[in-house]
Design a protein around this ligand. Structure first.
Ligand SMILES: *Cc1c(COP(=O)(O)O)cnc(C)c1O
Length: 432
């Protein structure tokens, strides 16, 4: 399948880079070096995004204000720390297709997932089930299972795990629909990844939300692999909540403060149960230090603690770049770049008659995936990936047999993809 007119030679990659309107953004990031001092082919932005060169200056500003102002920095820093997280609200809302009142940056991903479930997973004797993907990211599995047990239910009767049909790697939309159709009355919460971390499959979030709501189920998404990757329209699609981390496609640095979306329809639901902390308290009276919690309207009302300003400073450096590049342009390039990667990999399968040496498990349709392709390598995969690592390729290996790589439109080039596939083909040759 080559709808884009891709060609297999390196000159094609060079020509594509030359006319890529986003090519200069690569210069804004720091690429890790190989042992020999060369630049790595970094295709691991789905695991840890690269550092924006401006991050150091954004951090330095906060360190300087802290040095000069001490505690006064909360109100008098160049960007006062008390409302610092709000500097990210507009950009975050734009990024995920939400209204400002629907988003906040706070905590880390798994913490936010728990906070959302505390408010939105309210099981009853009749409606207590949670629907998840089988083999969801471990942290999500632990969070969901512990919530079920916390409420006194057991996994055997309250957890529904969706598995691909025998012989298939990805879920079909109809499977999700039919579970909702069959068990909707008993389902309290549907919680899916926007993009599955292992297969790279993107779900029809609008469709799942519609089907779930039609049966009175709460719908939430883990967007760890979707934020900064897909063009999201959370407000319009209408899930009740969504959570994501900021260190993958969003380049906020290891352990960066995460993101959270609560749909506007819940913005003033004061009687919704929640776990509270002082940063979620009405900001006008927060520093009166009264004994009774009064939540801020919207997503901000779920904050617990004052956030790490240093961490948010890095996220601002990255989000300023995202704002300028624009998610629509990034996604347009991403569809091309990942299709090009797929094209070159398929060329290997055709030319080298090595059709059983690997397969791509990620869906072929661009609207069913993001940047990432997951390559299943049934034999010697681990050794092959170690060889690639020694030869300057950064991707990531998941036991037992999957190599995940993501050309990221913000800083990866067509030549990165070309070089990777060249070395990948060489590595396969070694195993033959
Ligand atoms: C990366 C990732 C996590 C990591 O959770 P943290 O709380 O940030 O450590 C959780 N869930 C998914 C789906 C992920 O992709």
């Amino acid at each position: 399948m080559n709808d884009f007119g891709f060609q297999s030679g390196e000159d094609f990659a060079i020509a594509m880079d030359a006319r890529d309107p986003l090519r200069n953004y690569r210069e804004l990031f720091l690429f890790p070096k190989t042992a020999g001092g060369g630049e790595c082919v970094y295709l691991c932005g789905h695991s840890l995004g690269l550092q924006p060169k401006t991050a150091a200056a954004y951090i330095a500003q906060e360190l300087k204000d802290w040095a000069q102002l001490g505690v006064e920095g909360h109100f008098r820093a160049t960007n006062p720390w008390m409302p610092y997280h709000k500097l990210l609200t507009e950009q975050t809302a734009t990024l995920v297709g939400a209204k400002a009142i629907e988003v906040v940056v706070m905590n880390s991903l798994t913490v936010n997932l728990h906070l959302m479930m505390i408010s939105f997973y309210r099981p009853t004797a009749l409606k207590h089930k949670i629907v998840v993907e089988r083999g969801a990211f471990p942290s999500d599995q632990y969070a969901v299972k512990s919530q079920i047990r916390f409420h006194g239910f057991d996994l055997a009767s309250s957890l529904i795990e969706l598995s691909p049909l025998p012989g298939e790697s990805c879920l079909r939309d109809e499977q999700i629909e039919s579970v909702i159709e069959d068990s909707g009355d008993e389902i309290a919460l549907i919680l899916l990844g926007g993009v599955n971390y292992a297969t790279g499959q993107a779900f029809d979030m609008a469709g799942v939300t519609r089907a779930g709501h039609a049966r009175g189920c709460v719908v939430g998404f883990d967007l760890a692999h979707a934020a900064g990757n897909l063009q999201l329209k959370l407000h319009e699609w209408g899930p009740d909540f969504a959570v994501w981390c900021s260190y993958k496609y969003l380049n906020g640095g290891p352990g960066c403060v995460a993101g959270c979306f609560v749909h506007e329809r819940h913005a003033h639901s004061w009687d919704l149960g929640r776990f509270a902390g002082w940063w979620g308290h009405d900001e006008r009276t927060r520093f009166e230090m009264g004994p009774d919690f009064r939540a801020m309207p919207g997503a901000e009302g779920w904050q617990l603690s004052n956030p790490s300003i240093i961490s948010l400073a890095v996220l601002r450096a990255s989000m300023d770049i995202f704002e300028e590049a624009g998610m629509d342009r990034l996604r347009t390039k991403s569809v091309m770049l990942t299709s090009y990667l797929e094209f070159l990999l398929n060329e290997i399968l055709l030319n080298h008659k090595s059709s059983s040496s690997f397969s791509i498990v990620t869906p072929r349709e661009s609207d069913r995936r993001g940047a990432q392709l997951s390559i299943r390598i049934p034999k010697n995969g681990r050794t092959l990936c170690e060889w690639l690592t020694q030869h300057g390729i950064v991707g990531d290996w998941r036991e037992p047999d999957t190599f995940r790589i993501a050309p990221v439109p913000l800083y990866n080039s067509y030549q990165d993809v070309f070089r990777f596939v060249q070395r990948f083909a060489a590595a396969l040759g070694l195993g033959e």
